[in-house]
Design a protein around this ligand. Structure first.
Ligand code: NAD
Length: 523
């Protein structure tokens, strides 16, 4: 049975998922030295944040297929090193969505009903009923910035409070907005209309400082702003200044520009509720994270496709089924290219047509590169590292799309190698991959078995000479197709043969006048 290491303490429900498919070694106190020494034994490792999966560890991990983080952040994993080595890195981003959404609701109620400050007052021996006049959430406008996993859970919960929801998220579609019954608007409009504003976007160069003094000053009287996403999305110094000037405004924060929060003036304000980055901390989230990543590990050790791979773009399983023949086509074209050119490729341009477009391109390109690079490299190349290995080898890869095809699915690959060029075009017909051209010569051949690709000058007798030489070597031609530029010009012959083209047969063919190049291909 494959071995899986649990290197940090995870919920036992996760361990149970793996018990019947792997030998699980549960060592949540493993030291960095022990990890380095033993990692070679494992196909999978599950960590939380304690264990550091460094480049050194990854370089020693000859059998490792998957590194799983039972949680969200992967700062403790060298994802680049894993990618280079072809190891998948997975996490469980969905495990905390409800937990964080509930925390946002908690902060919202705490501020709208002044719960935290009232609690402190009662505990200080006071009874200041009139000081804590609150605000109902019913019929108030909730502005959600970022409606991804967490944002949409906040939307659902706010509906139970009879709130009206407006959303700012330039990346979601009208349909998603409709299905959740929300109105999409601009950031400016949201800030001006929201009674409660809650942030659920990732921290990116675009969202850093998204809310600063200018925006905060435009907030409605009595409005509440919440940040359970990442520190830095709200400019903290500006927030302090505005909250101090406008005590009727309120803020609830779980995340900060610098954590842990030290000597922050925000802690001196009554109109702020602060929690120490605990929005994702519930037992349920930890249990779910353990189960989710254990299932991912189980999939990978059983050679199935996981869903949350961080270092490889994935398609959902329905699309994957639809794309299966195209993966097959990609693989065959990659194999033909590697056997007919040299590894010195400098450029590869892949054009997709028909229904192979959009997100499907990326996994197909990886499949092509995998088939192309695997035979020429000693390190294993897989869908995770195919692109980074190609880039390390200096291959410039471009991908494009064309509408100009009558075929359901088309892949046209142009490569530059040494000082030469090659073009190959493949299609899917009746779920079967076919090569329809090599360079400018039209063909119609299912790429399979033992083949020969011969470039020659289209003169009377050349085809006969080829047949004769192959006959001399007892190589039987099962199928033959020829394509030519023009009469008497360059032509290509693609043969399917029952016996492989031997080195001597190739040499004899190449020594024949009018034969330009001969390549043997086995698929
Ligand atoms: P997600 O990727 O599912 O959703 C993010 C949403 O933000 C997407 O819909 C995206 O379209 C939108 N978005 C991206 N850039 C935007 C922009 N410039 N303006 C408006 N919208 C934009 O992410 P998620 O899982 O919902 O997480 C949301 C945030 O919560 C992240 O910052 C994450 O790191 C944070 N988080 C915090 C905790 C915690 O402990 N406090 C725990 C988990 C996640």
């Amino acid at each position: 049975m494959p071995k899986v290491l649990i290197a940090d303490k995870i919920n036992e429900k996760g361990i149970e998922v793996l018990e019947d498919v792997a030998e699980v070694v549960n060592n949540p106190t493993i030291t960095p030295e022990e990890l380095l020494e033993t990692i070679n034994e494992y196909e999978g490792i599950i960590v939380r944040s304690r264990t550091k999966v460094t480049r050194e560890v990854i370089e020693n991990a000859e059998n490792l297929k998957i590194i799983a983080r039972a949680g969200v952040g992967v700062d403790n994993i060298d994802v680049n090193a894993a990618t280079e080595k072809g190891i998948m890195v997975v996490n469980a981003p969905q495990s905390t969505s409800i937990t964080v959404a509930e925390h946002a609701m908690g902060l919202m109620l705490s501020l709208s009903r002044k719960i935290a400050i009232a609690d402190a007052s009662v505990k200080a021996g006071k009874w200041e009923k009139s000081k804590f006049m609150g605000m109902e959430l019913r019929n108030k406008t909730l502005g959600v910035i970022g409606m991804g996993r967490i944002g949409s859970q906040v939307v659902k919960r706010s509906k139970a409070f009879e709130m009206d929801v407006i959303v700012y998220d330039p990346y979601i579609t009208e349909e998603t907005a409709k299905s959740l019954g929300v109105e999409i608007t601009t950031l400016e409009d949201l800030i001006e209309r929201a009674d409660v504003m809650t942030i659920h976007v990732p921290l990116t160069p675009e969202t850093k400082g998204l809310i600063s003094k200018e925006q905060l000053l435009k907030m409605k009287d009595n409005a509440i702003i919440l940040n359970c996403a990442r520190g830095g999305i709200i400019n903290e110094a500006d927030l302090y200044e505005v909250l101090k000037e406008r005590p009727e405004l309120k803020a609830g924060l779980d995340v900060y520009e610098n954590e842990p929060l030290e000597d922050s003036p925000l802690t001196t304000l009554d109109n702020v509720v602060l929690t120490p980055h605990i929005a994702a901390s519930t037992k349920e989230a930890q249990r779910d994270a353990a189960i989710i990543v254990a299932k991912e590990v189980k999939h990978v050790i059983q050679n199935e496709t996981p869903t949350n791979v961080l270092n490889m773009p994935l398609v959902d399983s329905e699309t994957f089924q639809k794309l299966k023949p195209y993966f097959h086509l990609s693989e065959k074209l990659g194999q033909i290219l590697v056997q007919t050119t040299t590894p010195n490729i400098s450029e590869m341009n892949i054009i997709y047509g028909g229904n192979v477009s959009g997100r499907a391109k990326e996994p197909l390109t990886r499949e092509l590169l995998k088939a192309f690079l695997n035979p020429i490299l000693t390190e294993p190349v897989n869908s995770v590292n195919a692109k980074s290995v190609a880039q390390q080898r200096g291959i410039e890869i471009t991908e494009g799309e064309t509408d100009n095809t009558k075929h359901d699915a088309l892949m046209k690959i142009d490569i530059k190698y040494d000082d030469k060029k090659m073009t190959i075009t493949g299609i899917i017909e009746n779920n079967t991959p076919k090569v329809i051209s090599i360079d400018d010569y039209s063909l119609n051949m299912i790429p399979e078995g033992k083949m020969g690709i011969i470039k020659y000058i289209d003169l009377p007798g050349t085809i006969g000479t080829i047949g004769k030489i192959l006959g001399d070597y007892k190589i039987n031609i099962a199928e033959m197709q020829v394509g030519r530029e023009s009469e008497g010009g360059e032509a290509v012959m693609v043969l399917k043969v029952d016996q492989e083209l031997s080195e001597n047969a190739i040499k004899d063919l190449e020594n024949t006048e009018d034969i330009i190049e001969v390549k043997a291909v086995t698929l």
